[in-house]
Design a protein around this ligand. Structure first.
Ligand code: PLP
Length: 392
């Protein structure tokens, strides 16, 4: 027997594990073994997809939309997404600017495939959503984390960005932000636009939380002067419509880029199921009131957190401006985020993500997903605050 051929270097380079996920994995194992754990880890609603959307999906499938669907997306869904993007950002956007993808994750991969040649440096802002390094590596790029600071609200500083930008091919940003709950203001986005323009980078803008804004307004950098030609935006039905498992999102960009990415989609996922696309179209047609209802629990729980966590020793709640997460600075306790999260799980049966799971800039912080019902959430916050006090 000869040895099997070697796995590609590209796949060998995709090591998704980090120490930060150990807390999550231990929590899941404890739950599976029957221990009650309050899980504030993964960014997923505690409600399922609305029955009306499921009914639309069912009707579409029973009505025959079960064959191969158009690869870039159905004309009607692409048109609906284009209209939505035009209305929300003011940037004229047509059907040919839109590629429907199996979630924003696939759009992130597609965008980096469009922007990178093998070995190109691809910038991302630290702290970052956990799939980013793997996505860039899968597209053949070299992920480069640009550090930020807690005291700046984890917003990138243009001078630091410029230091990293020379010779890079792309910059990936995420506003509203996971994991920080932050929102970039116009000045920050203008600074980013200046740097990417000066250095000739693509800007890849992950905007999947754009319907979850609590303080201020979401601004898409594609709307800044001169940016539409170099910006690739990802959107998704996952967070705005609680459709995480349906795997449907989109990429918005210049028409020639979308045309080539349609060829890439043909060579990879070969489109998104037609009945899912029809359900997404139905969901989008429900309007902003429906989206506000989906977002409402996070707004309520954020208010609970602002109240419960105010002036508590051992921790500081960072400004929670958007998305379904809270970021706590627990450095006053003297523990790392990982050590705090490990002990919180063992001693209080509460699972949170350590900041170290998202790069190095959020070390000594915790990310709390606001994804359990209000009573349980408030009780968990009280417990976390009490635990931090006991340590400080
Ligand atoms: N981008 C960010 C910042 C996320 O937090 C997530 C999911 O948690 C995604 C992208 C992936 O979204 P989708 O479910 O549309 O693939």
């Amino acid at each position: 027997m000869t040895n099997p051929p070697a796995l590609s270097a590209r796949l060998r380079g995709l090591d998704g594990s980090t120490d930060g996920w150990s807390v999550f994995l231990r929590a899941r194992a404890m739950i599976a073994a029957g221990t009650k754990v309050t899980e504030l880890t993964i960014g997923e609603h505690d409600i399922g997809t609305d029955p009306a959307i499921l009914a639309a999906m069912d009707a579409a499938a029973r009505g025959g939309h079960t064959g191969y669907a158009a690869v870039p997306g159905t004309d009607t869904l692409r048109t609906a997404v284009a209209a939505r993007v035009s209305a929300r950002t003011g940037v004229p956007t047509g059907r040919d600017n839109v590629l429907i993808t199996p979630g924003a994750q696939a759009a992130l991969f597609a965008a980096h495939m469009a922007a990178l040649d093998p070995g190109d440096r691809a910038l991302m802002i630290d702290p970052y959503y956990t799939t980013y390094p793997g996505t860039i590596a899968a597209a053949g790029g070299v992920p480069v984390a640009v550090p930020t600071r807690s005291r700046d609200g984890f917003r990138p500083d243009p001078a630091t960005l410029a230091e990293h930008a020379a010779g890079a091919a792309s910059l990936l940003i995420n506003t509203p932000n996971n994991p920080t709950g932050g929102l970039y203001e116009r000045a920050t986005l203008e600074g980013i636009a200046r740097v990417v323009t000066e250095h000739g980078l693509w800007l890849i803008s992950d905007e999947v939380y754009d319907t979850q804004v609590w303080d201020g307004a979401h601004l898409s950098p594609r709307a800044l002067p001169g940016m539409a030609g170099r910006t690739l935006v990802m959107g998704s039905m996952s967070k705005s419509h609680a459709m995480t498992g349906s795997r449907i999102g989109w990429l918005v960009g210049p028409e020639p880029v979308i045309a080539r990415l349609t060829d890439l989609a043909t060579a990879t996922n070969y489109g998104v199921p037609g009945f899912i696309q029809d359900a997404a179209e139905f969901a989008l047609a429900q309007g902003t009131g429906f989206e506000a209802e989906i977002a409402a629990p996070f707004l309520r729980r954020r208010a609970l957190a602002l109240d419960i966590l105010a002036n508590r020793p051992g921790l500081r709640l960072l400004p929670a401006r958007a998305a379904m997460y809270l970021m706590l600075d627990i450095r006053p306790t003297g523990l790392s985020g990982l050590a705090f999260a490990d002990r919180l799980l063992d001693e209080r049966r509460i699972a949170v993500m350590p900041g170290e799971a998202f790069g190095t800039s959020a070390a000594g912080h915790l990310r709390i997903a606001m994804t359990v019902e209000d009573g349980g959430f408030a009780a968990a916050l009280e417990e976390i605050a009490e635990f931090a006090r006991s340590l400080s």
